[in-house]
Design a protein around this ligand. Structure first.
Ligand SMILES: Nc1nc2c([nH]c(=O)n2[C@H]2C[C@H](O)[C@@H](COP(=O)(O)OP(=O)(O)OP(=O)(O)O)O2)c(=O)[nH]1
Ligand SMILES: [Mg+2]
Length: 315
């Protein structure tokens, strides 16, 4: 156990009508001085995270917060202290947000949030803001005769608004590459991103948006298989796999099975309580998987999850 001081920090994410996020600049003289941050501060003894957030946002921005939703919880160790950032979306507030402590303030479009300008603990917040609520996994696909129906189903899922897709098919390599190219075209036409299950080389070769690693691959890799600009995601089932994924520097993960599923009948479900407990320890956004439907989004988000992942019911 580290002897460094530990702070629980309530952090607020406010978005305007265009989706731009409120960021403020930290005073030069303070920890992480000069960096941009999401407004908030240390939760005081006896305070809940929401009480702390309400007090900090009133002190720093002069607003009164209304409805909120957890975004992500991030444990992080700086050389001089440990922090747990409890990051909360503030969906409603009263008053005009202004720099009450004369701190510079701006509304920044998500696409312009530059990881470098923030404290190191913040990159998962930026990832969480970029990732959509649903992560759709493709069903398996067989011979070429089945491809048109499979692609039609993908088109339906995309027409329904899916923005992040994982290609998971067990085909011979050349067939997989051919189907992956077709799937990628569909996804990009719909302004959606495609990750390739397990195969970073194929992802790179066809210009896909990332790779989705299996839990088994986490222990065989010593570094991220793709550069920072591409997504690297991973399947996790327990604390050890989450730790291995964090060590590798994945962008996000999928935790399963939350509920029993017919695809893995012998796996012990972790339930929503297990999901919430593990999500709070993972320093990256996590989707809930296993018996999920889009209707489960609110449960996943309430527990600080990014959203839900699944094969059926999303298109
Ligand atoms: N508010 C905020 N703090 C962050 C972010 N990222 C990050 O690593 N931190 C760290 C920096 C600090 O070590 C700690 C937050 O403390 P703070 O300085 O804002 O606390 P505070 O508002 O209560 O200020 P103070 O009274 O202690 O001066 O968390 C972020 O996005 N927002
Ligand atoms: Mg503060």
């Amino acid at each position: 156990m580290s002897s460094l001081p530990h702070w629980l920090v309530a952090v607020g994410v406010l978005q305007d009508k265009t989706g731009a996020v409120l960021i403020t600049q930290r005073d030069l003289k303070r920890h992480q001085g000069g960096r941009w941050e999401f407004p908030g501060g240390k939760v005081e003894p006896g305070e809940s995270v929401l009480d702390g957030l309400a007090r900090e946002l009133n002190e720093e921005l002069g607003i009164t917060i209304g409805q909120t939703q957890p975004l992500i919880r991030i444990p992080f160790e700086y050389p001089e202290c440990r922090v747990t950032l409890a990051v909360i979306r503030v969906q409603e507030w009263q008053g005009q947000a202004h720099g009450r402590e004369n701190q510079p303030l701006r509304w920044c479009p998500i696409s312009e949030l530059d990881v470098q300008a923030f404290p190191a603990a913040n990159s998962p917040i930026i990832t969480a803001l970029k990732l959509p609520p649903f992560y759709v996994i493709t069903p398996d696909c067989g011979s070429r005769a089945e491809w048109p129906a499979w692609l039609e189903r993908l088109e339906r899922v995309l027409a329904n608004g899916a923005k992040l897709i994982q290609l998971r098919v067990s085909l011979p390599p050349s067939e997989q590459a051919a189907l992956a190219r077709l799937a990628l075209e569909c996804c990009h036409r719909a302004n959606a991103e495609l990750l390739i299950n397990r195969n970073a080389e194929l992802a790179e070769q066809i210009g896909a948006d990332g790779v989705h690693l299996s839990a088994a691959q986490l222990n065989t890799l010593s570094q991220r298989p793709l550069p920072d600009a591409a997504w690297v995601a991973a399947s996790c089932h327990n604390t050890d796999e989450l730790a291995a994924a964090a060590k590798l520097g994945v962008d996000f993960g999928v935790l399963s099975p939350v509920r029993p599923t017919s695809s893995h009948p012998h796996a012990q479900p972790i339930g929503w309580a297990g999901f919430g407990r593990l999500a709070a320890k993972a320093p990256f956004p996590l989707y809930a998987l296993g018996g999920m439907s889009p209707n489960d989004l609110a449960s996943a988000r309430q527990l600080g999850g990014q959203g839900v992942a699944g094969i059926s019911g999303f298109g």
